[in-house]
Design a binder for this molecule. Structure first.
Ligand code: URA
Length: 236
């Protein structure tokens, strides 16, 4: 009996390894979605309606990373479809981009109840999926929307108020932190800052394109995963 139990346990552990490999080895966003759509690695798996992986062009030059799905995103399984998403669409249009030309994702793939802040354990569990998305898409520029995405991807304790609109290189990737559109909806003065920062983003993209032309093709191996410093999380 004990032997059978041990065999079953070993089988379950091996199955766990295989499941982990399925998302790690995903070669496309569709494969990644299939591998994690029923994720229950953290308690948000019990309360979400849909896992919201991302949306847009898988070959996009620009990727936007928000915080976590909200009410509308959870219902529809698509990121940034509520009021903040409508503002994001307008901001994209202001630099002649449509959401179908960029890729949009979040640090957390499932909605935190009542839209509360992501918890460190949820971020730790979920961000490997974000790094995998970045490795598949290989964007030229990643725009982090708000403090959560900025601190997660840039491992910095400097706040968005100081970083917004600047182009920051980290390894092979270039980041442009921006205020979160939802923050601009709550604090109208931030909206004009965000509008200005999108114009700066247009300029960053133009100069990055020149740099890529000089340096050669996109598609280098990306070391996307930052050294996470969990103790810094509380500093924001
Ligand atoms: N806010 C986010 O950070 N992400 C969404 O998808 C929607 C609102």
């Amino acid at each position: 009996m004990r032997f059978l139990y041990l065999v079953q346990l070993q089988w379950l552990l091996q199955l766990g390894d295989i499941m982990a490999e399925a998302w790690e080895e995903a070669a496309s966003i569709t494969e990644l979605y299939e591998a994690i759509k029923d994720c229950s690695r953290c308690p948000l798996g019990d309360t979400r309606t849909n896992l919201v992986l991302g949306a847009g062009d898988e070959n996009a030059e620009i990727m936007f990373v928000g915080e976590a799905p909200g009410f509308h995103e959870d219902k529809q399984g698509i990121p940034f479809v509520g009021p903040a998403g409508q503002l994001l669409d307008q901001l994209l249009a202001s630099i002649d981009l449509q959401r179908s030309q960029v890729y949009i994702a979040n640090t957390l793939k499932c909605r935190p109840p009542e839209n509360r802040d992501p918890q460190p354990q949820e971020l730790e569990t979920c961000t490997p999926f974000l790094f995998k998305q970045i490795a598949i898409i290989k964007p030229r520029i990643i725009c982090t929307l708000g403090n959560h995405a900025t601190r997660t991807l840039l491992s910095t304790s400097t706040g968005i108020s100081q970083l917004h609109g600047k182009l920051i290189r980290k390894g092979e990737l270039a980041y442009v932190p921006l205020f979160h559109p939802a923050a601009a909806l709550h604090k109208p003065p931030l909206k004009s800052t965000l509008i200005d920062d999108f114009q700066r983003l247009r300029e960053h993209l133009a100069s990055e394109r020149l740099r890529w032309e000089e340096e050669g093709e996109k598609g280098v191996e990306l070391a996307v995963e930052p050294e996470v410093e969990p103790e810094q999380m509380g500093l924001f």
